[in-house]
Ligand binder design. Structure first.
Ligand SMILES: NC(=O)c1ccc[n+]([C@@H]2O[C@H](COP(=O)([O-])OP(=O)(O)OC[C@H]3O[C@@H](n4cnc5c(N)ncnc54)[C@H](O)[C@@H]3O)[C@@H](O)[C@H]2O)c1
Length: 370
């Protein structure tokens, strides 16, 4: 799988790191190599020069797409560029791992999904946290049942660095580049991936959206407008066994004390499970027997795709990002073997449907039926 990256910023370089240690995957059916990179910034292109497999460095994404050496393209650029870039990738006959939110809004996501289907190319969207061992265990516990009557679901992603009002503006803080959905576009795919894959899709949503800091330093001595939503709490109904179950989706840039905390919880009358990246080795299991108890499981490195890393070691962000890429490569090769897969174009569109409903709910101060 020869990969080209468009957008060599935060995530483009994270992807390069995954390909740089692809060899840690054991008995994996696909070899992967980063061969081409496109970015507009010289200093980023220079960074990629240290990777010996990279043969093409360019500022024009069309040059990368014209290369016969590239099979798969990873696009990690601001949201206003998603649609144009993704359609260009498909038109060039390449497979795509798209970054979230898969287009700046619902209409763009639908056009990308339709173009992907028409092209016949293999297209998935990025969301890496489900590939952590703790999340896999939570998913397996939910699938195994035994929770009794499901009471509630939480799926949340919290950031805290925006609590600092002196943090400079960037493209993620402005509607024109991030999208009207704001923080939902940034963090939302991460919170819907697991519930959607478990068949938990909202039928109704009531949203509370907050804008706290409307201006930030522009990095040039002045101030710049910040017009995106900072925090979003989506109170949803999902249908489980013919009943409505509450599911709360939380996406926050201002969550006190949370650097990059992704967490999920399923609670039922007889059992439950909770996992948070704040405690990456810990899985909490609720059991109701004669007594009720929360059991703490000390996890190891049982990733979906085995690696040479020792089974007692701790996983982190680069590990789940590599595992996500392994899932993409395996599924593309028809070798996923029933394992958890990356977000599909239909799931990405469904996420935008929830976020569009959330915007409407907040505007009308009413629950919106999907
Ligand atoms: N999966 C995750 O955990 C995760 C985390 C952060 C961001 N993201 C997503 O990744 C994408 C990129 O975010 P980021 O944080 O890496 O942003 P970033 O600003 O760090 O990087 C974006 C890069 O795109 C480049 N770029 C802009 N226009 C370009 C063009 N026309 N051609 C080529 N390159 C161009 C910029 O120079 C920049 O280096 C977004 O969709 C974002 O939502 C995903």
């Amino acid at each position: 799988m020869r990969v080209g990256i468009i957008g060599g910023g935060l995530m483009g370089r994270e992807a390069a790191s995954a390909f740089g240690r692809w060899f840690v995957l054991e008995n994996f059916p696909v070899r992967a190599e980063l061969v081409a990179v496109c970015d507009l910034q010289d200093k980023l292109l220079d960074w990629f020069r240290q990777i010996p497999t990279v043969k093409l460095l360019t500022k024009d994404h069309r040059e990368l797409l014209a290369s016969a050496e590239v099979d798969v393209v990873y696009v990690a650029v601001p949201h206003n560029l998603h649609e144009r870039m993704y359609l260009d990738v498909l038109a060039a006959g390449k497979d795509l791992l798209a970054e979230k939110p898969f287009g700046i809004d619902l209409a763009a996501a639908r056009r990308i999904r339709d173009a992907a289907a028409a092209s016949g190319r293999f297209v998935r969207c990025s969301s890496e946290f489900p590939f952590l061992p703790g999340v896999q265990r939570a998913v397996q516990a939910f699938q195994a049942g035994g929770f009794g009557k499901l009471l509630e679901i939480h799926s949340c992603f919290w950031h805290a660095s925006d609590l600092d009002p002196t943090k400079a503006v960037n493209w993620k803080r402005q509607v024109k580049t991030c999208g009207e959905i704001g923080v939902m576009g940034d963090l939302g795919m991460h919170v819907v991936h697991v519930p959607f894959r478990l068949g938990l899709k909202p039928t109704r949503v009531y949203a509370q959206l907050q804008k706290i800091y409307t201006q930030r330093p522009d990095g040039k001595g002045g101030m710049a407008e910040c017009d995106t939503w900072d925090n979003a709490m989506l109170h949803c109904d999902v249908a489980v066994d013919g009943r409505e179950v509450p599911m709360r989706l939380e996406m926050k840039r201002l969550a006190p004390g949370a650097t990059n905390t992704w967490w999920v919880e399923f609670l039922g009358t007889d059992g439950g499970v909770r996992y948070s990246t704040a405690e990456p080795k810990t899985l909490w299991i609720f059991e109701r027997q004669k007594e009720q108890r929360w059991v703490r499981v000390d996890l190891g490195f049982q990733t979906p795709f085995p690696t040479i890393t020792g089974g007692i070691f701790e996983p982190g962000f680069p590990d789940c990002f590599l595992q996500m890429w392994a899932a993409y490569a395996a599924e593309r090769a028809g070798a996923l073997g029933g394992k958890f897969g990356c977000v599909t174009p239909d799931e990405a569109v469904a996420s935008h449907e929830v976020f569009a409903a959330a915007l409407e709910s907040h505007r009308t101060k009413a629950a919106v039926t999907l």
